[in-house]
Write a protein that binds this ligand. Structure first.
Ligand code: NDP
Ligand code: 2IT
Length: 484
């Protein structure tokens, strides 16, 4: 393939992507420029500058490093991208709003937390991305999440920019009233910066339907109008069917495509899952539907090993424990024979075919990857955002383990958020079946884009595929806009 035909093929592919509602055209496999010393040098040079401009933001460096590593060969091939300084521009958020959230606890003490909204890039649509409440939240964490969100949202094919927000508030152990007062206070500031065509937040760690309801109630009160300014709302007041399940279900749909691509299926596979929150629970449910055996779940106290595999009845009980009673995963082991709890341990030592890290960033490290490889793991799909460290990912890649990065594998959540925005704009509600079938179609499309852009010597590198496919669309939009 010549360089010119390569460029034409790329153009055709992305013309397909930018045509609303068009079935995405998939060009023939592209030949990839090998990584040379010059390219390595450019990556180092770029990353040194980024680190200097953003000191002590390690998570942000990590997320950018991964994208830059994938796209640099492609970027250097496009003089127009370089001239427009697209990488420099794309790694600088449009803006970050930082504010204090004052609130009163149940004992009458006045408390203050810090909150952020990182509006990273809105080339493809209104800013979109979740809010996280966790004591570990920092500007670096939210910048990494906002940056990832740009490419994830691009991959869905829906018109959404990238953003993330949250607070170092710890909802654990707080009463409903305390959480309500915190959410109302946070929205009292945040409402000035968001809107259905400006920025549409949603949930993430520590932010589920309870928090979204409090936030939405306060927005509606302050603005005196009902509008789809948040997603993940209750279905009775503008929420979408399948939004609760979307990230976990989407992860399994993606995993299934990845396995089918390599003549495998989920039927009978042993699955290790970390986390027991929104993503983990619904990934486990869909995995059971597909005939897989779910062997583990976890929380920050440790993991449970379900030796015979989670049953549907046990799944209902763990959902009720975690979603309704906000209990600990150790209680699940106490209540069920044949379930062992391992305190302060991670599930990656359990022999499995597929691993789904669904808790938090950097939870799966090199030694965990090594242990999974030794146990014969075949595929790893990131349900969480950046749960695998750089070294862990490299270990999977070098050992030929199928590896799906979060921006592809967990895009189902934001995709159904996008569908919730559409339903709100149209003032209608679609059925469970309709939304689920659109989710399946979107996950299939993302998989196709990864396969197309990630062909490497007869195998698919899903990291490169997702990064290049996500990047190209945003880069072309920025080029078209001129110097903005
Ligand atoms: P939840 O708050 O519902 O659940 C988080 C789970 O991860 C809990 O089991 C929690 O345990 C565990 N966890 C969180 N932080 C840590 C930590 N520092 N160490 C160990 N365990 C931890 O969040 P979600 O399920 O919504 O999110 C999980 C991941 O998926 C995050 O990376 C999020 O960004 C990502 N994601 C979420 C989407 C969504 O739609 N919700 C969409 C796409 C990605 P504990 O209760 O003990 O804290
Ligand atoms: O990381 C994510 O994609 C999310 N937390 C979901 C964001 C959204 O807007 O639904």
């Amino acid at each position: 393939m010549t360089l010119a035909s390569l460029k034409n093929a790329t153009k055709a592919f992305f013309n397909g992507l930018t045509t609303p509602c068009a079935k995405i055209g998939i060009p023939s496999a592209m030949k990839v420029k090998p990584m040379t010393q010059d390219i390595q040098h450019e990556i180092e040079h770029f990353m040194n500058g980024l680190k200097k401009r953003n000191p002590q933001e390690e998570e942000f460096h990590q997320a950018v490093g991964e994208v830059v590593h994938s796209v640099m060969p492609f970027y250097l091939d496009h003089a127009d991208y370089r001239k427009a300084q697209l990488l420099e521009r794309l790694t600088e958020p449009d803006r970050i709003v930082i504010f204090r959230v004052s609130w009163e606890d149940d004992q009458g003490n006045i408390r203050a937390n810090r909150a952020w909204r990182v509006q990273f890039n809105h080339a493809l649509g209104p800013y979109k991305g979740g809010l996280r409440f966790h004591p570990s939240v920092s500007q670096s964490v939210l910048k990494f999440l906002g940056f990832e969100q740009i490419f994830k949202n691009s991959l869905t094919g829906l018109p959404m920019g990238g953003a993330k927000g949250g607070s170092n508030f710890n909802p654990k152990g707080k009463s409903d009233r305390e959480v309500m007062r915190f959410c109302h206070s946070l929205m009292t500031e945040l409402h000035r910066h968001i809107g259905e065509d400006i920025d549409v937040p949603a949930g993430d760690i520590g932010v589920g339907s309870r928090e979204i309801s409090y936030l939405f109630g306060q927005y509606t009160r302050l603005e005196n109008r009902w509008t789809g300014v948040l997603t993940g709302k209750g279905c009775a007041f503008g929420g979408s069917a399948v939004r609760t399940e979307a990230t976990g279900y989407g992860c399994i749909y993606f995993c299934e495509h990845m396995l089918h691509q390599h003549d495998e299926s989920l039927e009978g596979k042993r699955i290790a899952i970390s986390g027991s929150g929104n993503v983990a629970l619904y990934a486990a449910e869909k995995a059971l539907d597909k005939g897989a055996k779910v062997l583990t779940l976890s929380d920050s106290d440790g993991f449970v090993h379900i030796k015979d595999g989670l049953t549907k009845e046990q799944w209902k009980s763990v959902r009720e424990l975690k979603e309704e009673r906000r209990g600990r995963i150790s209680e699940f082991a106490e209540q069920h024979a044949g379930v062992e709890f391992h305190r302060d341990a991670k599930p990656w030592g359990v022999k499995c075919d597929v691993a789904l890290p669904c808790a938090t960033q950097n939870e799966l490290q090199e030694e965990d990857a090594q242990s999974l490889v030794e146990q014969g793991v075949m595929a790893v799909c990131e349900g969480a955002n950046m749960p695998c460290t750089h070294d862990a990912v490299e270990r999977f890649r070098e050992k030929g383990v199928l590896f799906a990065p979060g921006k592809a594998a967990n895009a189902g959540g934001v995709a159904v958020s996008g569908l919730e925005q559409s339903q709100n704009a149209l003032r209608i509600s679609w059925s469970h079946e309709k939304v689920d079938s659109q989710l399946q179609e979107i996950m299939e499309g993302i998989h196709e884009r990864c396969v197309e852009q990630g062909q490497r010597n007869g195998r698919v590198d899903y990291v490169d595929g997702a990064n290049i496919a996500g990047f190209k669309k945003v880069a072309d939009a920025l080029l078209a806009y001129g110097v903005v």
